[in-house]
Design a protein around this ligand. Structure first.
Ligand SMILES: *[C@@H]1O[C@H](CO)[C@@H](O)[C@H](O)[C@H]1NC(C)=O
Ligand SMILES: *[C@@H]1O[C@H](CO)[C@@H](O)[C@H](O)[C@H]1NC(C)=O
Length: 322
């Protein structure tokens, strides 16, 4: 099947849902502060200076991580697996101001490439949970760094007692963070998960399992295209809850702009929001991929107009796959 058809039917279905019936449930200012801090840690994983020099402070040349830069931080490991599937990169940092060990994964630098290559294959993930199936590419990506990241977390937890452990990331990095957190929690670690613009990573059994693990902060923004893929009709599901930011691109986000949407595969948030925007994917409280050498832009991958019509120029990067 042409990916074009898949996307068209996904977004047509989304448009039928009524997203406005949800009860608005604003988050506390404390939660907003955490969502902001880890959005900035996710942004920092796009900055090369945090990927090539372990033992240094976390900083963002793009100026999009002020809360991180004002904290006392040191990276324990910085990695960039250039040759791996999906080019997995990120860092493990210790933040003694916020008493947290952060593992942050970078989103793909070539978003158009991985969206175009986003086949919907699932592989058996019964090593995580019974009946679980996981997206083959995201799973392969996590596995390229699994042993290093696990060793880093175990040594950091021993060295910094009382610190919490957070896995975070944006986009492709969010998918890797989700799977990493699921696996490490399953082996007994306490991990908080903060993801921004995460695609669906596996089937409903996996989403149910991750939902039960908690705490999960799966942040989405208006009608960001990426959390809408891979489509539900291919057997993919999102865990609950979702923290749905309703304010527009480049707008400051206040606590009342964020709805907590409960329920696996609820259509009350991003899934039910009409259309699909690439610009919305780049704005998560901060301009989250600003350090990327090739930031997200509408011309780089497909999006649907609010009328759910896939515009022709979207087909160039996406339509080559059948
Ligand atoms: C790491 O990357 C930054 C940004 O590109 C660069 O300025 C710095 O010199 C690099 N550091 C090392 C140790 O390669
Ligand atoms: C997944 O693997 C497990 C263990 O090898 C096996 O018992 C199970 O039947 C497999 N599930 C599917 C759907 O193939």
């Amino acid at each position: 099947m042409l990916l074009f058809q898949v996307l068209a039917s996904t977004f047509a279905g989304a448009a039928l849902a009524a997203p406005w019936s949800l009860e608005k449930q604003a988050v506390s200012s404390e939660v907003l502060g955490r969502l902001t801090l880890f959005a900035e840690y996710s942004a920092a994983a796009y900055c090369t200076s945090n990927l090539n020099s372990s033992g240094t402070r976390v900083s963002c040349a793009a100026g999009n991580c002020p809360a991180v830069e004002s904290a006392s931080t040191t990276t324990l490991d910085e990695f960039d697996e250039v040759l791996s599937f999906g080019d997995v990169a990120g860092f493990t940092a210790v933040d003694s101001t916020n008493k947290v060990i952060v593992v942050s994964f970078r989103g793909s630098r070539t978003l158009s490439t991985w969206l175009a290559d986003l086949v919907f294959d699932q592989v058996n993930a019964s090593s995580i949970c019974v009946g679980c199936e996981v997206h083959s590419g995201f799973w392969g990506s996590w596995q390229t760094v699994a042993s290093d990241v696990t060793a880093q977390v175990e040594s950091a937890v021993a060295r910094y007692p009382g610190f919490s452990v957070v896995f975070t990331g944006h986009s492709f990095g969010a998918a890797v963070a989700t799977l990493g957190a699921a696996v490490l929690r399953h082996s007994g670690h306490k991990i908080e998960l903060y993801t921004y613009g995460c695609p669906r990573v596996g089937n409903k059994a996996l989403a149910t399992f991750i939902t039960a693990q908690s705490p999960n902060y799966r942040v989405t923004h208006t009608n960001d295209v990426v959390p809408k893929v891979p489509p539900r009709l291919f057997g993919f599901s999102h865990p609950s809850p979702e923290y749905w930011i309703r304010s527009g691109d480049s707008a400051a986000v206040s606590a009342s702009d964020i709805s907590v949407v409960e329920g696996i595969d609820s259509t009350a948030g991003n899934t039910g929001a009409a259309g699909a925007s690439a610009d919305a994917h780049a704005w998560y409280i901060v301009n989250i991929d600003k350090c990327s050498s090739t930031p997200t832009s509408v011309s780089r991958f497909c999006y649907a107009s609010s009328e759910t019509i896939i515009r022709l120029h979207c087909l160039a990067p996406l339509g080559v796959r059948t």
